[in-house]
Write a protein that binds this ligand. Structure first.
Ligand code: ADP
Ligand code: MG
Length: 613
């Protein structure tokens, strides 16, 4: 029998590795800019064309490479950053796996010009699909200039998988923001199709945050600073009242490397417990410094997931540090801090057992119970009940979750066929509101339970869809047009949909510089609070991005319905409940909310009888 196992050619192995490291143009930016930082650069310029599809070019003033190194750099597992396995436990550089350049060269056409600081003449290399096509001496500036053309040119499946230019650009902006916040000492420029998106001078951290997210954020920040033997925590957090409805300003860094950390995020949220407006998430820019020996950055090829030896202790330290900083805003009543002295956090030994702190809460207490439901128009209510943890899940998997399309929701059970008619409700049957959340009504076959918020969302959704179809409502001009400054990613979201949004009765105009002005809103909106609506729109678009085809108008309608629907915890009068139920059953689809959640259910009379046997 013949043997069948053989080694893969390098070009194939590199292409496979590229699948893990390079998912999209933004991954190229991340890898190359990290290389520039590792090379000691403090001026880095990024030029991209067509959201990186045709060109991604990075120029730096770092140490550059010698002729031999320039060639070696494209070999797999070729790195100058570690030499032995033990170095893995003292990583201070961004890279160390030696696979980024090899991967990129396997799936694109690469032109590299580099000159080492100590050399007079530089080296130019052209390489495409892992094949070097030329290498020669060249006159060039000190540092490195690398151009990546036609990404995925030889992997059509990957190229096809790329999203729209605006989506890919947004991913690039997110990567850029992470690098910019990790390295305020570096001058960074990002240019897309000849338009400058960012031009950030070297600065301190606070200024950098302001340059990246806009002037408005400055007054919103307070400083964190906690030093312990396990970890040092520094950075800034945002005031609770400025917390946003959308994600985008939550950052953790460990030893100047951006990371995602769901558990530590909870530590921050816990510090904000009971002081956030409903359905919002606070901004934070939290920098951890820890001994590299106590962390593992090598658990994922993109190195954004990091394992800590002392996660529970760090959780407590982050929580305490955030709480202390919030105390400086004078809004957390619990602890009396001397604002100038640092909080005294017990220094823990790595091996002592750590118990999560316990707090006593009254699960029945609802701070919004008293809030009276706005009569007549089911106007915007507060919905505190949704745990902030749900935001977090959204943060991690929402962006391209195909399940968010309403059509893709497969009802778990057949839609409820009710014998209920709208005229029926007007008659004798009274409604009972349960926990500010459900409406109970007696119907022929038993007891019907309606979720008030979902019901109202459905009603509004259909109303808005109707409004769009008939384009009936001209914009009602705002008395005081509100200008809203967005971060570039959100601005690009909104610019994409501005025409559609305006076609249904908004009058939102772009001022450039990531700022829009809301001159008008549709006349019959329940909650014409422009900033709120715009934030919701953007959130909705982020969350449905990449979903199966769902029209822009439908997404707008969903978003508006959500932001203007009555929340949980609002007390409703008989008349109001009746109106809600009537309108629900006048809807085309009273069973499911626009995002596919069940609105109502019926407890059968047989079931009730069974229970009372
Ligand atoms: P890694 O960063 O993990 O070492 P890469 O494939 O990204 O692997 O890069 C390989 C090597 O090429 C690096 O270790 C570094 O020595 C060199 N290199 C890459 N980019 C630059 C740059 N912009 N300036 C100087 N050297 C670079
Ligand atoms: Mg690298």
């Amino acid at each position: 029998m013949t043997d069948i196992i053989h080694l893969l050619p390098d070009s194939v192995a590199n292409q496979i590795a590229a699948g893990e490291v390079i998912q999209r143009p933004a991954s190229v930016i991340k890898e190359l800019v990290e290389n520039s930082i590792d090379a000691g650069a403090n001026q880095i310029k990024i030029y991209i064309k067509d959201a990186g599809r045709t060109l991604l070019q990075i120029t730096d003033n770092g140490c550059g490479m010698s002729e031999t190194d320039a060639r070696m750099a494209f070999e797999r597992h070729a790195t100058s950053k570690i030499t032995s396995a033990s170095d893995l436990f003292s990583i201070r550089t961004k890279g160390f796996r030696g696979e980024a350049l090899a991967s990129i060269a396997a799936i694109a056409q690469v032109n590299l010009k580099t000159r080492h600081t100590e050399e007079e003449i530089g080296t130019e290399i052209n390489i495409a699909g892992s094949k070097v096509t030329s290498q020669e001496p060249v006159n060039c500036a000190k540092g490195t200039n690398i151009a990546i053309k036609n990404l995925f040119f030889n992997v059509p499946a990957r190229r096809k998988f790329l999203k729209s230019n605006s989506t890919e650009l947004r991913h690039i902006i997110f990567e850029f923001q992470r690098i910019a916040l990790a390295h305020p000492e570096a001058e960074l420029v990002l240019i897309h199709n000849d338009a400058e998106i960012y031009n950030l001078p070297a600065s301190n951290l606070r200024q950098r945050i302001v340059y990246v997210f806009g002037k408005h954020i400055n007054q919103n920040l307070t400083q964190l600073n906690t030093e312990t033997s396990i970890v040092n925590v520094s950075g800034f957090i945002g005031k609770p009242e400025f917390a946003k409805k959308t994600y985008g300003e939550q950052f953790f860094f460990i030893n100047n490397r951006y990371m995602r950390h769901a558990y530590f995020h909870k530590a921050v949220l816990k510090a904000y417990e009971h002081i956030l407006p409903p359905d919002t998430v606070p901004s934070y820019f939290i920098y951890l410094e820890a001994d590299p020996e106590t962390i593992d950055v090598n658990i994922h090829p993109t190195k954004t997931e990091i394992k800590f030896e002392d996660e529970q202790a760090i959780f407590q330290i982050i929580h305490a540090s955030t709480k202390e900083a919030l105390g400086k805003f004078n809004i957390t009543p619990s602890i009396d801090f001397d604002s100038e002295t640092a909080i005294n956090i017990p220094v823990m030994n790595r091996h002592t057992e750590i118990k999560p702190p316990s707090i006593e809460i009254d699960p029945e207490y609802n701070p919004f119970e008293k809030e009276h439901y706005n009569r007549g128009n089911f106007s915007h209510g507060s919905s505190r009940s949704r745990d902030n943890a749900t935001h977090w899940e959204k943060f991690y998997d929402g962006f391209e979750n195909p399940n968010l399309h309403p059509d893709s929701f497969k009802p778990e059970q057949e839609a409820v066929q009710t014998t209920f008619t709208s005229s029926g409700s007007a008659g004798s049957s009274g409604h009972i509101q349960l926990r500010g959340r459900y409406i109970l009504t007696s119907v022929k076959s038993g007891v019907m339970i309606v979720d008030q918020k979902r019901a109202h969302e459905r009603i509004l959704f259909e109303k808005y869809i109707h409004m769009f179809a008939h384009a009936s409502s001209p914009a009602q001009q705002q008395l005081f047009p509100e200008s809203i400054e967005l971060d570039p990613a959100d601005y690009s979201f909104l610019s994409d949909i501005l025409d559609d949004v305006n076609s249904i009765g908004f009058d939102i105009r772009s001022l450039g510089q990531n700022t829009v002005v809301v001159y008008g809103c549709p006349a019959d909106l329940n909650n014409p609070h422009p900033k709120d609506l715009v934030e919701h729109l953007i959130e909705e678009f982020k969350n449905t991005e990449g979903a199966v085809k769902i029209s822009a108008k439908e997404r707008i309608a969903r978003s508006l319905a959500r932001s203007t629907a009555i929340g949980y915890g609002n007390t409703m009068e008989q008349e109001e409940m009746r109106e809600l139920i009537d309108k629900l059953f006048a809807c085309e689809n009273p069973n499911y909310s626009p995002s596919g959640k069940l609105i109502l259910t019926i407890i059968d009379i047989d079931e009730i009888e069974g229970k009372l046997k």
